[in-house]
Structures are given as C-alpha cells and as structure tokens.
Design a binder for this molecule. Structure first.
Ligand code: AP5
Length: 217
C-alpha cells in the first residue's frame, strides 16, 4: 500500500509510523528524520537544510521532492510517508512521480489534534540519539532517566521543540500543509482520525482503516 500519514507537528506521525511499519512491513520514509540524519552526518544536503529545520520553516520543495523521489525508487511495493508531502506543490509532485510508474496514493490518514496538546507533547518529547526511539516526559518515560530503553544511548531534545519554534511550526502547518486536507479529500483517499487519544487507541484506529482497505483491494 502507498500511504501518507498527515498531521500537524506532534500529532504522533513518527510514533504511529514506527509501529505500523513494524507491524505491516511498510518502508517508513520520514523526511524530518532523513534531514536530521544528513545534518548529523555534516553532508552537503545537511548543511543546506539545517537553517530551515532550526527555524521551523520548510525546506524548499525542489530539495525535498528530489530526496523523496530517490527513496521511492527503492519501494516498488508501497511505503508509509511521514512528513511528506507538506505543500500542494509536493503533493502534486508525488502524484506525478507515482503516475509515471502507473501507481497512486491508496490512503491518506490525517491525525488531528488540539494546538495546546501539541505544544505540551512537543516540549516534552525526547528521542534517542542513536536509534531514534521516541519518549515523552509526560506520557512515555524511559525506564532509566535520560537513557533509551532499547539501546541505552542518551536521550536528547530536538532543537526545534522549544515552545516558540513549535508555535512557528504550527503556523507553517496551518498556512502550507492544512490545504492538503482538501486536496486529498477531493481525491477520495482521505480518512480523518483523532490523534489526541492514547497511543494504543490511535494505532488500533489506523490499523482498522488499513485492514479495511486491504480487504477491499
Ligand atoms: P518533522 O520531523 O517531520 O517534524 P513534524 O512534522 O513537525 O512532526 P514531529 O516529528 O514534530 O511530530 P510527530 O507528528 O512525528 O509526533 P511524534 O510521534 O514524534 O520535520 C521537522 C522539520 O524538517 C520541518 O520543520 C521542516 O523544516 C523539515 N521538513 C520535514 N519534512 C519536510 C517537507 N516535506 N517539506 C519541507 N520541509 C520539511 O510525537 C511527539 C511526542 O508526543 C513524542 O514525545 C511522543 O512520545 C508523544 N506522543 C505521540 N503520540 C502520542 C499520544 N497518542 N498520546 C500521548 N503522547 C503521544
């Protein structure tokens, strides 16, 4: 299946994508994670995009689309996109790439959330500096303070998770990404889910949508 997980910063896209890709074997393509890996590696792309991530603004469409196009080539049987597309231009570019190989998006699942809950989640987020596992100082503490349950590496806070940058990212989402809801609704591949419920409940709701679509296809 070719799935897009849509939602504002902190809606739980990364958390749910990791669970779903493990369960169904979908390749998980998370543009934010890919950019952060490039920044950590000090690559040319990393240097090019670092300022955008730090300030909470979007990387230019052409740069993102080129990176994603390369990743999609390795996923002929489907994928789970997390954080892409984020603008109408990116959505149209994705449609074009898929059309060229005779396929299309099967399902767009939108996790909707209240702004105040998003700010609380993101300022409390911690992630593993080595394996990327996600934690939260409010809702999901590690067993040992500051250490990853899976690999023992240090937990870190993202540079863009301070409350001022989080609010900036939410404004960017409203301006540039929210229009995708109407775009995908019109294409008849859109499902809306409540991202504010506990992680396990959101996972079950997403799985019900995916399993339903798999039965129909
Ligand atoms: P990106 O990394 O994609 O960030 P984002 O979209 O802002 O999303 P987040 O990773 O902040 O949130 P999430 O929805 O994944 O939530 P999570 O599961 O972690 O992008 C970062 C930057 O990269 C962008 O600002 C931009 O500069 C650039 N970029 C990336 N893609 C781009 C694109 N396509 N075009 C242009 N630029 C791009 O959960 C958050 C916290 O909440 C965690 O602590 C988690 O444990 C907790 N949590 C999750 N679910 C629940 C729940 N149900 N209940 C309680 N707590 C929960």
């Amino acid at each position: 299946m070719r799935i897009v997980l849509l939602g504002c910063p902190g809606a739980g896209k990364g958390t749910q994508s990791k669970i779903l890709s493990e369960r169904y074997g979908f390749p998980h393509i998370a543009t934010g994670d890919l950019f952060r890996a490039e920044i950590t590696a000090g690559s040319v792309l990393g240097l090019q995009v670092a300022g955008y991530l730090k300030s909470g603004t979007l990387v230019p469409d052409a740069v993102v689309v080129e990176m994603v196009a390369g990743k999609l080539q390795g996923c002929p049987d489907g994928f789970l996109l997390d954080g892409f597309p984020r603008t109408l231009e990116q959505a149209q570019a994705l449609d074009k790439l898929l059309r060229q190989e005779g396929s299309q998006i099967d399902m767009v699942m939108h996790l909707h959330m209240r702004e105040e809950e998003v700010v609380r989640r993101l300022t409390g987020r911690r992630s593993c500096s080595s394996c990327g596992a996600l934690y939260n100082v409010v809702s999901h503490l590690p067993r040992v303070d500051g250490k990853c349950d899976h690999c023992g590496a240090d937990l870190i806070q993202r540079d863009d998770d301070g409350s001022a940058i989080v609010r900036k990212r939410l404004m960017v989402y409203e301006d540039l990404t929210r229009p995708l809801v109407a775009y995908y609704r019109a294409a008849n591949v859109f499902r809306e889910l409540d991202g504010g419920r506990p992680v396990e409940e959101v996972t079950l709701a997403l799985m019900a949508v995916i399993d339903g679509a798999r039965v129909r296809s």
